[in-house]
Design a protein around this ligand. Sequence first.
Ligand code: FMN
Length: 196
Amino acid sequence: MKKKLFIILSIIFVISGYAFSDNATQQLLEDNATCSLTNNSTLILYYSKTGKSKIVAEELNSLMPGSKLVEVKSDASIPAAIFWYKFPFTKAKIEPLNINFDDYEKIFLCTPIYMQGISPAIKAVIKDIPLKDKKVSVFATCGGFYGSLMHWFVKRSIRSKGAEVQGLYVVKVGGKTNEEIEEQTATHLKTVLKIE
Ligand SMILES: Cc1cc2nc3c(=O)[nH]c(=O)nc-3n(C[C@H](O)[C@H](O)[C@H](O)COP(=O)(O)O)c2cc1C
């Protein structure tokens, strides 16, 4: 019974993602995003299981001198990530972050995509941390496909915390070298966030 439910929900996730996808751009952006290159009030939080989102986060950190880079740790398993933690009422446990969020105006969230949604760890971050009046950018890494339906969910959850979604960007890592991932990150940070 559980297996059948799992298969049905998985199919719904995949079909809905394709139905709402925006393959024309693959850039899931908000308009008018601006950012400063040197910014002590920028916090980068990342979760990464196999290292790709970490590459993105580290590249953002090096492109924004003064920004603070913090890894989010969670024990959410992959099976739980693609099923249980997809439900809005579930939340993964993350290790305490020990950050004074008042010090930060801009927050970058770096996360893998699992079944066309963000990782349970970053979902928990969005739920847990104070985001009111913050400018939030999401950099999601994926093999190649990220559904716009999930894009909508992410924006909605960030805005429901009183934050502004500054940018939502997908870095495709499938078949890419680390250097190419860094280049994608740098290019998009510069163009998307209008950094000169
Ligand atoms: C269980 C699972 C589900 C995934 N689902 C998707 C997906 O829906 N779309 C996609 O493009 N990539 C998907 N991927 C690929 C990951 O998003 C990609 O490898 C990501 O960059 C991994 O990030 P990390 O190295 O920071 O952990 C999936 C990977 C796993 C393990």
